[in-house]
Design a protein around this ligand. Structure first.
Ligand code: 7GP
Length: 831
């Protein structure tokens, strides 16, 4: 390595080398050093923000030492690595997690305490790193935590957005978005690597020429250049020194900007051009489960993929191995189709730049990539218009045509004369304009394709990717059920429950092997344990009640049943059905006598989640929830029997407060639409029960925890098409209870009825695509059962304990081990 220190000087380096602080005093020394030097402050002007920044700098230094050691070790061992390509990493806050994983939580807590601060106040200073929309982005964050915690050599690659997901406020009942400038106070959790700057090209044209070997080759030239700068985020594993890397790219203008313009005095336009480069990584697209074909989005995708592959290939070339070793050394996982262009980019690098033969290159490419699908919703599947694609990436389009040609030739041989088949599976959809079907490209260019829960993985094989199963056989298609990291979603979010569990397991070892939770199962019948468990739930509910009081000004009783639905607002997730049932509950209670009211189980219905800014129906649902909340909460007839709360700006750090506080959480998507869901796992792991449909991971959760510990309802996925068809073509009456709810809305009970016209229309008439009416009765029945069962507190808690004891399967460590063994073929790095 060119820049390494001569042997004679190394002793000195060793002697003065930075080490990780081991005790409270060493932490405090580092803390004060950072206050006084890094921040240029003193004990006379150190507020909570400064204290947070100093503490996180001290912890970050510690992470970097571990990070350096890990990277050196991984380079020396030279094992196969995985690269997880995701356009979203919804990390949330870093400090608490870093302290926990590095095992320095106690010394930092007492350390800052002595110095006049409270650790809780410091933690509150950190903005969420909200570089994602929802499930897909949070999954990527759990996965990098697990890859590090299980000692696999693996990096994440993503974009360093200057603006994460927008902040949500509720004004007059409506969602109002404002930008999330999360980098305002510098970010101690990233290391800028200005020296790692990679040129990325867009536009231009392709040209054929004959090379030295007399071969005709294509070259891409004449485009615009921007630069990708690396920012490294250390990802510490739990209870291990392994600290992996999450490399995020930021776009910068290239050094050579338009000097001609500059010199001729046209400063402004030369600067304007170069500023355009920075917009590439400026903002996260705020859509969840929805594709919007914007050129800037495709630019983001290629920018990030080109920089990442350049980096990966450069690292591989340093080892001087033959290209045929590439996929023995490198696995690349595509988190949905967003990075699919990587398949084409690697083929381009190998053929155009490195001179490999097409077939040899294609063999390398297909054995390197794996593709994870996260949705079957047609509106989420990426299809780029050919003209837009070819203009931005002309050479890539040519390569796609070739990939498609060879693929279709193969299909033609397998299914002679089946023209329909060829049209169906072609990467190019023959619409006008033509479209590039990214999911098909991802399948063709990968050796494994997986769904994220059993039902979902089965569905993709029988619906959207059916033809590809006929072509490739079933072995290429598999399931890896999602998981969540127990470090953040149990220990960090719910320290008291974690401690109680540890008292029975004998240690915190369940945070590394979640199946050890099984050891608490016998205590589900132990009155003393049940009481402690119930007290912790109450404590967590009080914590959430305080947040609700602070944010909404609403008083809620911790003795009421806390019923929670927090997730992105989407018609398929059916928050509209939930709020309709809340209205039904309101109408029912209002019609009751005082005597009848005594029997009612008091409920707090809690909602939270963002709507995509352009999603009219989702925004209408938010408005309805808030209007119902207005009416119900101030109705003296109702009192504590029903409260309705919409928690604004739902995000990872709020989820950490909300998940431990639920009695019931709702996961009520139309069967077959929610690929997996991951918050369902978080809520159960924190001792809440689920009210849910037979969809996504709910099915496997039921299998693990027992069907007596979950409230399932609604039609099954296999009936959905039929029911839709019935509604579309026959006169199916609307559910009478739903009709009453609609009458109330249309009667103006919740303000101007016209606001809700399209929402009502979407569930009535010949429509109801998401089967709100078809499932309404069985939903209400399940709700009734919940009310009844909640009255028996002891049995309820006992069921929660049994459920938690059987949640071991849903650790993201298990998911990562499955990927490692069956897709990536990588091994953990030994100590
Ligand atoms: C989500 C799925 O909707 C959710 O069911 C799943 O748990 C999660 O991915 C993780 O696998 N999908 C998205 O967030 C998404 O935007 C389209 O998918 C690309």
């Amino acid at each position: 390595f060119e820049a390494s220190i001569p042997a004679a000087s190394r002793d000195l380096w060793q002697q003065f080398g930075v080490t990780e602080f081991q005790d409270k005093e060493a932490f405090q020394k580092e803390f004060i050093r950072h206050v006084e030097t890094t921040l240029a402050r003193s004990m006379y002007n150190c507020d909570d923000l400064a204290a947070y920044l100093a503490a996180s700098q001290a912890i970050r230094d510690r992470l970097i030492v571990a990070w350096n050691k890990t990277q050196q070790k991984h380079t020396t061992k030279d094992q196969k690595r995985v690269y997880y390509l995701s356009l979203e990493f919804l990390m949330g806050r870093a400090m608490d997690n870093a302290m926990l994983n590095a095992g320095v939580k106690d010394i930092t807590k007492t350390g800052v305490d002595d110095l006049g601060f409270k650790i809780e106040d410091l933690l509150e200073q950190e903005p969420d790193a909200a570089l994602g929309n929802g499930g897909l982005g949070r999954l990527a964050a759990c996965f990098v935590d697990s890859i590090a915690s299980t000692n696999y050599p693996g990096w994440g690659y993503g974009l360093r957005y200057q603006y994460g997901i927008f902040k949500q406020r509720i004004v007059d009942g409506y969602q109002v978005e404002s930008p999330d400038y999360w980098l305002a106070f510098s970010n101690p959790w990233e290391i800028p690597r200005y020296e790692i700057a990679i040129d990325v090209m867009f536009y231009g044209y392709t040209r054929k020429y004959t090379n030295d070997q007399g071969k005709t080759v294509s070259i891409w030239e004449g485009g615009e250049q921007v630069q990708a700068i690396a920012y490294d985020v250390p990802v510490p594993g739990y209870d291990t020194e392994t600290t992996n890397n999450l490399r995020l790219w930021a776009s910068k203008p290239t050094r050579e900007f338009d000097f001609e313009k500059f010199n001729s005095g046209d400063y402004e336009s030369s600067v304007r051009e170069s500023q355009k480069a920075e917009t590439i990584s400026a903002v996260l697209y705020p859509n969840d489960n929805f594709y919007s074909g914007k050129e800037l989005r495709l630019k983001q995708q290629y920018f990030w993929v080109a920089a990442s592959l350049n980096d990966i290939v450069r690292r591989f070339k340093k080892t001087h191995r033959p290209w045929s070793d590439f996929s023995d050394q490198i696995a690349i996982q595509l988190n949905d189709t967003h990075p699919t262009i990587a398949i084409v980019e690697l083929q381009r690098i190998l053929v155009d730049m490195e001179g490999l033969e097409w077939d040899a290159a294609w063999e390398i490419v297909t054995s390197t990539f794996g593709y994870t699908n996260h949705t079957v919703l047609p509106e989420a599947l990426e299809k780029w218009p050919v003209p837009l694609f070819g203009n931005l990436l002309p050479r890539h389009l040519e390569i796609i045509y070739n990939i498609n040609l060879f693929f279709l030739q193969k299909v033609e041989k397998m299914f002679p004369k089946d023209r329909d088949m060829l049209a169906r599976v072609s990467i190019i959809e023959e619409s006008s304009p033509q479209q590039v079907r990214m999911a098909y490209l991802a399948i063709i260019g990968s050796h494994k394709v997986n769904g994220v829960a059993e039902l979902h993985s089965d569905l993709i094989k029988t619906t959207i990717f059916k033809d590809f199963v006929a072509i490739y056989g079933t072995d290429k298609f598999m399931n890896v059920t999602n998981g969540i990291t127990p470090r953040r979603w149990l220990h960090q979010a719910n320290p008291k429950l974690s401690e109680l569990i540890a008292s029975k397991v004998g240690s915190y070892s369940f945070l590394k092997d979640l199946t050890l939770l099984k050891k608490v199962e016998p205590f589900a019948k132990d009155p003393e344990f049940i009481e402690k468990w119930a007290d912790i739930k109450k404590f967590n509910k009080a914590r959430l009640a305080a947040l609700i009081k602070k944010n909404n000004g609403i008083d809620v009783s911790v003795d009421a049943l806390f019923d929670v639905q927090v997730k992105r607002i989407h018609e398929y997730k059916r928050q509209q059905m939930n709020i309709f049932s809340v209205i039904h509950r309101y109408l029912t209670i209002k019609a009751m006598s005082a005597e009848e009211k005594k029997d009612v189980t008091p409920r707090v219905c809690i909602f939270g989640g963002k709507s995509a800014p352009g999603y009219y129906m989702a925004k209408t649902i938010i408005k309805l929830i808030n209007s119902v909340s207005e009416v119900v909460n101030k109705d003296a007839d109702i009192g504590d029997l029903l409260k309705v709360v919409f928690i604004a700006d739902y995000n990872v750090s709020k989820a950490e407060i909300i998940c431990p506080a639920s009695d019931i959480s709702q996961h009520i998507s139309t069967a077959g639409t929610e690929a997996s869901g991951t918050s369902n796992m978080k809520f159960v792991l924190n001792g809440g029960l689920i009210l849910g449909t037979v969809d996504g991971a709910n099915i496997e959760i039921t299998r693990e925890i027992g069907e007596e510990n979950i409230f399932l309802f609604g039609h099954l996925a296999e009936s959905v098409d039929d029911l839709r068809h019935q509604r579309r073509f026959n006169d199916v009456p609307i559910n009478p209870d739903l009709q009453k709810v609609i009458d109330a809305i249309e009667g103006g009970m919740f303000g101007d009825k016209d606001i809700y016209g399209s929402l009502i229309y979407s569930v009535t008439g010949n429509r109801d695509y998401y089967l709100v009416s078809d499932d309404f009765q069985s939903y209400l029945d399940a709700q009734k059962l919940v009310d009844k069962d909640f009255k028996d507190k002891t049995t309820w808690v006992s069921r929660c304990i049994t459920a938690v004891a059987n949640m071991g399967f849903f650790s993201s460590d298990r998911a990562i081990n499955e990927y490692a063994e069956s897709i990536w073929n990588i091994e953990p790095v030994a100590k």
